[in-house]
Design a protein around this ligand. Structure first.
Ligand code: AMP
Length: 368
């Protein structure tokens, strides 16, 4: 992740992918024009890196020149474009290959067609390193295309965001900030896991339950599982360092996520501070912490019932359940103030049907 002006960008196309596309384009053009002596015309500024690498890969005699086009002030919406720096040489009767860094709407391309029609060239070809088919509104044929991309804002390899980023050897895309990252909060048995399963579908989020990850590791006999088991069986919390590292690894596994539901994490102040620092480093943030509230005696009945079906050791013994509540009261309950101080704490009645509670949670999320 890099920051240019006020925005964050994440890696999108590697240097190797770009170089491969450039080399392919150069050999396609060389193959078509081997009997010609073409003039390559680069459209500045964005084309400078592509143009340079392309020319190094072009094997036959050729000439080169540059043009700079710019939108009229105040008419960007109409897409009107004018020629700023024109060509110095006479190109009548010549084979011209215009190189562009990117074609999106095709407005510039249309203008280029008009300009070159008037110049009576022998043949006019157009090559672009990047092409956005979804944004393209014109009918002109594009003779050579390097890489097709979806309609994303990109920078690097000559392309800029308000003049920054042109020097990057790879291409980055804008990192959008519309992630929803939720913490489902509440005592064991409050229904966090059940509700997370509905919310993750509804809002397209990745659900991370630290309890589930530990149980998965225990089942598979991993080192992490062995370490966690003794604590979990007693209803004690697993040490922070272990849990925090595990949580971070789970987030890292999902770089494309639209957002996360954290279920059973954080459970201590150290965990919430670590989570905040970690998310900040990834330009992410918690959107809301939503607590599911229910009475202890109801929760104990729910957990004992669940223990009969699931076989979970920590759900079968009332003293272990009470120990988990004790851990919650001492170590986890203070987080309510931590998130209240950030204006991110919401509380929802956790008693009712599953559907009713999903509606209550959705009401909070939809307001965010
Ligand atoms: P859960 O499935 O969320 O009820 O978690 C079951 C058990 O896993 C807890 O009682 C802890 O022993 C352990 N565990 C889960 N999440 C955490 C966490 N964030 N910190 C420490 N221990 C945890």
């Amino acid at each position: 992740m890099i920051k240019l002006h006020d925005k964050y960008f994440k890696k999108f196309i590697t240097e190797a992918e770009i170089q491969e596309a450039v080399a392919r384009m150069a050999s396609e053009v060389a193959n078509d024009l081997k009997d010609e002596e073409p003039i390559f015309i680069g459209i500045l500024n964005g084309v400078f890196m592509f143009f340079s690498d392309f020319m190094k890969a072009y094997p036959f005699p050729c000439e080169m020149s540059f043009m700079k086009l710019s939108s009229y002030h105040g008419t960007t919406s109409t897409g009107e474009i004018k020629e700023l720096i024109g060509l110095s040489q006479n190109i009548e009767g010549r084979t011209v290959v215009v190189l562009e860094d990117i074609i999106d709407t095709g407005n510039t391309l249309e203008e280029l067609h008009n300009i070159f029609k008037a110049k009576k060239v022998k043949q006019f070809k157009i090559g672009t390193l990047f092409f956005k088919p979804e944004a393209y509104t014109k009918q002109y044929n594009i003779d050579y295309i390097g890489i097709e991309i979806s309609n994303k804002f990109i920078v690097g390899y000559g392309l800029d965001y308000d003049e920054l980023g042109r020097n990057l050897p790879e291409v980055y895309q804008l990192h959008t900030h519309n992630m929803i990252n939720l913490i489902l909060f509440g005592k064991p048995g409050a229904g966090k896991g059940t509700q997370a399963n509905f919310l993750k579908e509804k809002y397209n989020l990745v659900h991370i339950s630290t309890g589930d990850v530990f149980r998965y590791n225990i089942k598979n006999g991993t080192e992490l599982g062995l370490l966690a088991k003794s604590y979990m069986d007693q209803g004690d919390l697993v040490p922070d360092e272990v849990t925090i590292n595990m949580l971070q690894a789970e987030v890292e596994k999902n770089p494309e996520a639209q957002g996360f539901i954290f279920d059973g994490f954080p459970r201590t102040t150290a965990q919430s501070e670590a989570l905040d620092n970690f998310l900040t480093s990834k330009d992410m943030t918690i959107s809301a912490t939503i607590a599911l509230e229910a009475d202890d005696e109801i929760l104990i009945q729910r957990l004992l019932e669940r223990g009969k079906e699931s076989g979970r050791v920590d759900d079968q013994d009332e003293s272990k359940i009470r120990n988990r509540f004790e851990e919650y009261n001492q170590k986890t309950a203070p987080l309510i103030d931590y998130y209240k101080a950030q204006n991110k704490f919401y509380s929802v009645n956790g008693i009712g049907t599953i559907e009713e509670i999903t509606v209550r949670l959705s009401d909070v999320i939809d307001q965010l």
